[in-house]
Design a protein around this ligand. Structure first.
Ligand code: C2E
Ligand code: CA
Ligand code: CA
Ligand code: CA
Length: 278
């Protein structure tokens, strides 16, 4: 009995130690949170500033802890990317978006939904397979989907990514280059991808009113986009002055706190019903 009791005790201590180690291991904690469905989409409206209509939304991931705390992506995306978990997190979030937004998007075929894709997910054929598996029979059409790939992360293989982009475009999906002007990608590199949309970073929008230098950059991007038949979305727009300045420069679409912050699904659905009734 004594020996059995000691064995039991040892087992319990070992189990406790193991459990503690798992909690201390941040990657294991991400895995646990993924299984528990704690990574959820928020939706930031994108507005057509020429007519005030809803252009679409960008999906921005949040970590909602059991106690209701909302953690922003800066606190967990870097680890999710370095551990590779981001790929499964993105798939899971896309399924949640379909569950939450399927009906609303089916009723508004012109409204777009943008997803942030990590480079390691985007520059492989898996993105095409994933997209088919997730959206093939979903109420959200391929033509409503925008995939954003950031210029900040280097792409491993440009010609392979170029093929991936072309395959996605054949499906009707559109590809956006995110954070244009802030990365090391460089303009030519960026253009070689054959993307459909460029997203102008908040940095340039901020400087628009004050630095003539920045408005020259934006004007150059607009000219370039026009000649390449690419669309532009301006990010981080916080004031009406900026909205006016962007419109004067021929930019149609914008997102930012001046319109709305990223919203939980229920608020975004309410907003859609209010400004774009089906
Ligand atoms: P991003 O793709 O450049 O997203 C825009 C960020 O700017 C978002 O921050 C958004 O909340 C914020 N923002 C929007 N409007 C304004 C504004 O008017 N003023 C200011 N100051 N900020 C504004 P958030 O949600 O914290 O996301 C940060 C970054 O995390 C994103 O930058 C993106 O790179 C990454 N991220 C978010 N969700 C995902 C995801 O699902 N997958 C991946 N791979 N990355 C994600
Ligand atoms: Ca983005
Ligand atoms: Ca961005
Ligand atoms: Ca940005």
């Amino acid at each position: 009995i004594v020996i059995a009791a000691i064995c039991l005790l040892v087992l319990i201590v070992l189990a406790l130690l193991l459990r503690q180690r798992r909690c201390e291991n941040p990657v294991a904690e991400l895995e646990r949170a993924l299984k528990a469905g704690e990574f959820i989409p928020y939706y930031q409206p994108i507005v057509d500033i020429t007519n005030g209509k809803l252009h679409g939304a960008e999906v921005l991931m949040r970590w909602r802890k059991k106690d209701g705390t909302i953690i922003p992506p800066a606190a967990f995306i870097p680890l999710a990317e370095s551990s590779g978990l981001i790929i499964e997190m993105t798939r899971s979030m896309m399924r949640t978006v379909i569950a939450e937004m399927g009906d609303a998007y089916a009723a508004r075929p012109k409204v777009k939904i943008g997803f942030n894709m990590t480079a390691q997910h985007f520059d492989r054929e898996t993105i095409v397979r994933d997209l088919r598996a997730i959206f093939e029979r979903s109420p959200i059409r391929y033509s409503q989907i925008i995939l954003e790939v950031t210029e900040r992360q280097p792409l491993e293989n440009l010609s392979r990514t170029r093929r991936v982009v072309a395959t996605l475009q054949d499906l009707g999906v559109r590809v956006a280059i995110d954070d244009v002007g802030t990365g090391h990608g460089g303009l030519s590199y960026m253009l070689k991808l054959g993307a459909d949309i460029i997203k102008i970073d908040k940095m340039f929008v901020d400087a628009l009113a004050t630095e003539s230098h920045s408005s020259t950059i934006i004007e150059t991007l607009v000219d370039l986009a026009d000649s390449m038949r690419m669309d532009i979305i301006a990010e981080g727009v916080e004031t009406f002055e900026q909205v006016i300045a962007l419109r004067e420069r021929g930019i149609r679409s914008a997102q930012g706190y001046v319109f709305a912050p990223p919203l939980p699904a229920s608020s975004f659905l309410q907003l859609m019903d209010a400004i774009d009734p089906r």
